[in-house]
Design a protein around this ligand. Structure first.
Ligand code: DX5
Ligand code: ZN
Length: 218
């Protein structure tokens, strides 16, 4: 279970995305891009044209987190554009099996996200379609929120289900992940860590990524 760090550009300067990506190049495994449509979540960020521009601007693989109402329609386009990973929400996808397969068919890793109140158990049969399970550790929509400890038992249960199915699936946590909370996430079984504020509010984002990785690897 190799630790991976995925800095979220939600906390970066949106007017200088290429430079902000460059600040974590060489240390970040992924660049986490939060696509929000103001319907699935009460916030609006960026869409496909900006993701396409980012793909041209950085060599870091893009980890696309779609917080949108109609992911079945849009997810394959992000994969076709070249995103390395595309994640759709369980609460929004109407045809998750078809959509997860379309993401894989377009050459990306298929991601499936659950909000804090969404149970993992009902999705166990979908695990073979999933390359990365994302457990939200805040209610989605904004960066800089407080980590929800109440999700940790679900991380533990998700890790057990993943092991039962062969252990190949990555387990990502997103929301409030910081030097104060990352060790608990790792101990519960997470291996991919999204960090927005903890990286981009830091004076030295590259150093922040390295520090988070060291804590998660303990
Ligand atoms: C929140 C987003 C997160 C956000 C995390 O809905 O999905 O990716 O950027 O930011 P922090 O790490 O500041 O909680
Ligand atoms: Zn996210």
């Amino acid at each position: 279970m190799a630790v991976q760090i995925s800095p979220s550009i939600l906390s970066a300067d949106f007017a200088r995305l290429a430079e902000e990506a460059a600040r974590v190049e060489g240390v970040a495994d992924w660049l986490h891009v939060d696509v929000m449509d103001n319907h699935f979540v009460p916030n609006l960020t960026i869409g496909l044209p900006v993701v396409e521009a980012l793909l041209r601007a950085t060599p870091i693989p893009i980890d696309c987190h779609l917080m949108i109402q109609d992911p079945d329609r849009w997810a394959p386009a992000y994969a076709e554009a070249g995103a390395g990973s595309v994640t759709v929400h369980a609460e929004a996808a109407k045809a998750p099996v078809r959509t997860l397969r379309a993401i894989r068919a377009a050459g990306a890793r298929s991601g499936f996200a659950l909000n804090p109140a969404t149970a993992i158990e009902v999705y166990e049969d979908l695990l073979p379609e999933i390359d990365m399970l994302l457990l939200m550790t805040v209610e989605p929509g904004f960066g800089g929120q407080k980590f929800l400890d109440v999700v940790l038992p679900k991380v533990t249960r998700a890790r057990a289900l993943i092991e039962k199915h062969g252990g190949e699936i990555w387990l990502q946590v997103d929301g409030g992940v910081s030097a104060e909370t990352i060790e608990r996430c790792a101990a519960a079984g997470a291996d991919v860590f999204v960090a927005g504020n903890a990286v981009y509010a830091a004076e030295d984002p590259a150093r922040a990524v390295q520090d988070l990785r060291a804590l998660a690897e303990l």
